[in-house]
Write a protein that binds this ligand. Structure first.
Ligand SMILES: *[C@@H]1O[C@H](CO)[C@@H](O)[C@H](O)[C@H]1NC(C)=O
Ligand SMILES: *[C@@H]1O[C@H](CO)[C@@H](O)[C@H](O)[C@H]1NC(C)=O
Ligand SMILES: *[C@@H]1O[C@H](CO)[C@@H](O)[C@H](O)[C@H]1NC(C)=O
Length: 315
């Protein structure tokens, strides 16, 4: 009978306008931290017990408990082995846990579970991912074999990054504009393997006539162009994808190209910056009258005339 009364009481409390004794549980975990000696991750859990006492707070990594705080017990803290890191007891309590000297195998989901004390022992849990990063040793390597261009040329560039965990993303920078990002997708990233990353870029330098027909993209609006193309052809999952752009020759006759390797918000390093110059700079043409296209077709015609002449001569 007493039990039934208790039960009835609990039901009433539960139904009575949501007296849950545990509200607003939120977890806060850094998205990424560096691996190694002296590096650490502080994870926080905040909650509102609405006046009830805390019974316990438990932290899990991939469903394995590694830290428990139970105020009623003496000492209130219990630590379980966390291979590849240790818990800093001095800076862990009922609101946070600090783990130090992590290695990348500790990447994964972390959970915080809070229980209110009697009578309801209401319990809730939240989860958030952490990535422990092993950055590449060197800056990304940019190769642009041909650093001079004539209109109509295709400038080819490669950017490669040493092995890292997780594989970095690569962003291309033309003058000061981000024009493209190669995203490294590795669904099986939890094998904790280090991987390199690689991106190829082809820039076709348009003839000036394109100004007139409105096909031109300036470097400041390349970004938008890129994202449309990139998303629509869904090519980002292929490692051998070549990112292709058309650019109008800049008035100054030169532009710079570089690439940046990034890992979440904690690693970003830029390659050497290559300056790409036009072979024979010409004065900027507003009307497009004296266009390079005409000049090239004239010179093509001349070349074929000379070749024919040479062939005839040799016969
Ligand atoms: C829970 O959080 C929300 C938004 O932060 C706030 O408006 C609300 O008052 C909080 N509830 C409690 C019970 O603290
Ligand atoms: C870029 O790398 C690819 C694949 O390794 C290679 O075929 C190509 O020649 C390289 N291009 C440049 C410009 O280095
Ligand atoms: C790469 O970029 C994608 C898309 O912005 C992002 O979801 C992913 O976390 C990034 N990866 C790294 C390693 O920074």
């Amino acid at each position: 009978m007493r039990r039934i009364c208790h039960l009835a009481y609990f039901m009433l409390v539960l139904l009575d306008g949501g007296v849950w004794s545990l509200r607003n549980l939120t977890i806060s975990v850094p998205r990424a931290v560096l691996s190694g000696e002296g590096e650490s991750a502080v994870m926080r859990c905040s909650y509102d017990l609405e006046g009830a006492a805390l019974y316990s707070i438990r932290w899990y990594r991939a469903e394995t408990e590694f830290y428990r705080y139970v105020p009623r017990e003496l000492p209130p803290t219990m630590v379980f082995p966390l291979p590849g890191a240790s818990v800093d007891l001095a800076q862990s309590d009922h609101h946070q846990v600090r783990i130090v000297n992590l290695n990348r195998r500790l990447s994964g989901d972390y959970q915080c579970e809070v229980s209110a004390d009697a009578p309801l022992f209401h319990t809730d849990i939240r989860s958030a991912p952490l990535t422990v990063v092993d950055p590449p040793f060197r800056a990304p390597l940019l190769t642009v074999p041909q650093r001079n261009f004539a209109r109509g040329d295709v400038i080819k560039a490669n950017c490669s990054v040493d092995e890292a965990y997780p594989a970095p993303n690569i962003t291309w920078i033309l003058d000061d504009h981000k024009i493209a990002e190669k995203v490294s997708w590795h669904p099986a990233e939890l094998d904790f393997k280090e991987r390199g990353a690689f991106s190829q870029l082809h820039l076709t330098v348009l003839e000036t006539e394109h100004y007139k027909v409105g096909l031109s993209y300036t470097s400041s609006n390349l970004d938008a162009v890129f994202h449309q193309n990139y998303v629509s052809n869904g090519a980002q999952s292929k490692d051998d994808t070549i990112i292709s752009y058309m650019i109008t020759p800049p008035e100054s006759g030169q532009f710079t190209l570089g690439c940046v390797a990034t890992i979440h918000d904690i690693y970003a390093r830029q390659s050497e910056v290559a300056t790409i110059r036009e072979d024979t700079p010409r004065p900027a043409s507003v009307t497009g009258e004296d266009s390079a296209g005409t000049a090239r077709s004239v010179s093509m015609a001349l070349t074929s005339a000379c070749v024919s002449a040479a062939l005839i001569y040799s016969l």
